[in-house]
Design a protein around this ligand. Structure first.
Ligand code: XMP
Length: 329
């Protein structure tokens, strides 16, 4: 991939012209492709004057923290601090049911954790870091400032997306956006050259607010998050085993805040209902629900009810976008 090799060299040159030899750079890793590729590129240019932070907000998927931290450390050798802020996030989300309020709380809490991390870093370095990395892509640039007459609307007016992007501007950090001229498929090609594992580059998108928008209603009630993690893991693993992961654009489970009656081992149960969602899409703006074969669905449903305590019913979401959105909240 000669073109991407050139991009790497060009970017490293630009980064070294922008970031002075004594300057330090800070980067929040979300666990997604963009921030990972951006950080890897910057690390190649300036080494350990890059300081990454990964926040465990308590809303991650099954073993996600362990999995992404192992990629960051063992495969990419990135200098990264993992901050476990799950208690803070979960206590702020207690009793909250409105999806937009959830997003706002999560965005705000993220900023406060990030702020604390950068203050700690400033003390350690004896000076402020000067730069902040953002994994902005070309389509984000267009979307936040749609060209006149393009017919594009600002998607953030539909849902407020709190990506790692929404960091405080009062920190007076200069932005470095090494991916801002690239499309998603180019970021993947770039990542490949930088030795980001393929399993990572091909991961489905995952929303910044994480499982908080996949447990409908109050996420702190009962053991909803834990149940959802187990169900989601079975569903995703089954999709991988069936060789469908790369065809499907995004797949996940949703925890519903209702109970239904069931019968398990001669016992009447009154337990949780989970929904499975899988879609194909080009860019997430529109999407079609995915047609699994019946045998696959039957196997997944049995596996879930047999192995996840407290679930006695599995349903599938058969709506496209529009009229639905991909997420349920
Ligand atoms: P919707 O549900 O709006 O989702 O059809 C489109 C894509 O965006 C993701 N999504 C989010 N991503 N913060 C994010 O970073 C958010 O608040 C958020 N809400 C939805 C969703 O997973 C899908 O890929």
């Amino acid at each position: 991939d000669w073109k991407m090799q050139d991009v790497v060299e060009e970017e490293i040159k630009v980064i070294n012209e922008t970031v002075g030899p004594e300057d330090h750079v800070i980067c929040a890793l979300s666990g997604g492709v963009d921030s990972t590729v951006a950080a890897t590129l910057i690390h190649k240019a300036i080494g350990d004057r890059l300081h990454c932070v990964f926040v465990d907000n308590g809303l991650l998927r099954y073993q996600e923290r362990e999995r992404v931290m192992s990629t960051f450390e063992s495969d990419l050798h990135l200098p990264v601090t993992c901050v476990d802020a799950s208690d803070e996030f979960l206590s702020k989300l207690k009793g909250v049911v409105d999806p937009e309020v959830k997003r706002k709380i999560i965005g705000k809490e993220f900023i406060s954790v990030f702020d604390e991390f950068s203050k700690g870093l400033e003390q350690k370095l004896g000076k402020k870091p000067q730069f902040l990395v953002q994994g902005t892509l070309y389509p984000d640039v267009i979307e936040s400032c749609p060209p006149p007459g393009s017919g594009r609307t600002h998607s953030h007016t539909i849902k407020s997306h709190h990506n790692v992007g929404g960091l405080p501007q009062n920190m007076k950090l200069k932005l470095i956006e090494p991916l801002k001229l690239l499309f998603k498929d180019e970021v993947r090609r770039l990542g490949r050259i930088l030795n980001v594992p393929d399993s990572f580059l091909k991961r489905h998108p995952f929303p910044g607010p994480g499982l908080a928008v996949r447990v409908l209603g109050d996420i702190t009630e009962g053991n909803a998050l834990e149940v959802l993690r187990q169900v989601d893991e079975i569903f995703i693993q089954s999709i991988k085993d069936a060789g469908l992961y790369d065809i499907i654009w995004q797949a996940f489970a949703v925890f519903l805040p209702i109970r239904s009656v069931g019968v398990q081992g001669d016992q009447r149960t009154h337990s949780h209902v989970v929904a499975l969602r899988a879609v194909t899409s080009e860019d997430g703006m529109t999407a079609d629900w995915y047609y699994f074969d019946h045998k696959f669905l039957d196997d997944v449903s049995r596996k879930i009810c047999n192995s996840v305590r407290g679930v006695n019913r599995v349903v599938q979401d058969i709506t496209s976008k529009p009229p639905s959105t991909i997420e349920w909240e």
